[in-house]
Design a protein around this ligand. Sequence first.
Ligand code: ZN
Ligand code: ZN
Ligand code: ZN
Length: 390
Amino acid sequence: MTRASIPAERFAERLERARSVAARAGLDALLVGVGADLRYLAGYAALPLERLTLLVVPTAPGSPVTLVAPRLEAAPARACPAAATGAVGLATWEETEDPMLLVASVLGAAAGRPASALGAVAVSDSLRAAFVLGLQRVLPGARFSLASAVLRELRMRKDEDEIALLREAAHAADRVVAQIAAGRLVGRTEADVAHEVRDRLVAEGHDQSEFWIVASGPNSASPHHEPGERVIRAGEPVVIDIGGTLGGYGSDITRTIWIDGGDPALRPHPDFARLYGVLRDAQAAATAAVRPGIPAEAVDAVARDAITAAGFGPNFIHRTGHGIGLEGHEDPYLVAGNAEPLAVANAFSIEPGIYLEGRFGARIEDIVVCGESGPVILNEMTRELQVVPG
Ligand code: ZN
Ligand code: ZN
Ligand code: ZN
């Protein structure tokens, strides 16, 4: 199996696009700390240290992009694709230096005037408060804003290679759910099964496992249930909501299965079967509604209206979905109040749920990409109710 990846040249293109959007927004520079934005622009998955690592992207035409990094991180910083291809230069600071002064001198050189005279900069949303305050100290004249205003548009539009990674991640997660559903469950604790999920996600190609919800019986009515010591029994549902990252990109799938223990008397309770049918149809209808231009909140409404019409409106207690990419939850959010239209190559989850507290619940979740003419569903596992012996 060949793993998809982001070609090294892509980062120079992304930096150029970010620079021109930032310039149009009237910014003098983008200041991007450790996190998904840095990974997006430079391919650098830097450690989130208390020492400053900062990508300095001045908007002055032709000015160099500089990765400011602590000296002891020089090797990994130099090896990131943006640095290795020469799209960014490296400037390191010693333990005894003030890295903020280095940032100021890099900015001043790019702008051709003292950094203290810069008018507007944007910082990445996850930049530590201590770093933001340090930057404000050396850029006293600058208005600070969030870089997401510039970067969200770029990051929401996945390129072909990003979609290939999301698809690989989705298929790996599909396989893990199938393996868990086919395995022994009855008599095991949720925590034990969750541990198996963590191992299998990595065995199927993920860089790391990030979450592993296994919610059995009445716990299935709690959307973010923490798997615990409850022993799984025959004659009840199990919600499995799992994911991790593969090549940096997230997987996130939920399937709800019913365990009958091989006993026909323990087939799905009629109330559960009805609930599941309503949910499956609502999830399918919301997915089918995906197309360029539809407001994000309208996709939420399709799922919610179907669930409400069946009498379960008060039992659908969360938004329909979230964007996914380098972060597990990112723009766009499919939620009432977000009128932003979906665009081609947006990637997001569609995950309605119905929860009857104290009894049982169910959720079905796929990762979907908005295609030119409709939805492209990355997960391939069936959405029909699987009744397994467990
Ligand atoms: Zn969730
Ligand atoms: Zn999920
Ligand atoms: Zn999700």
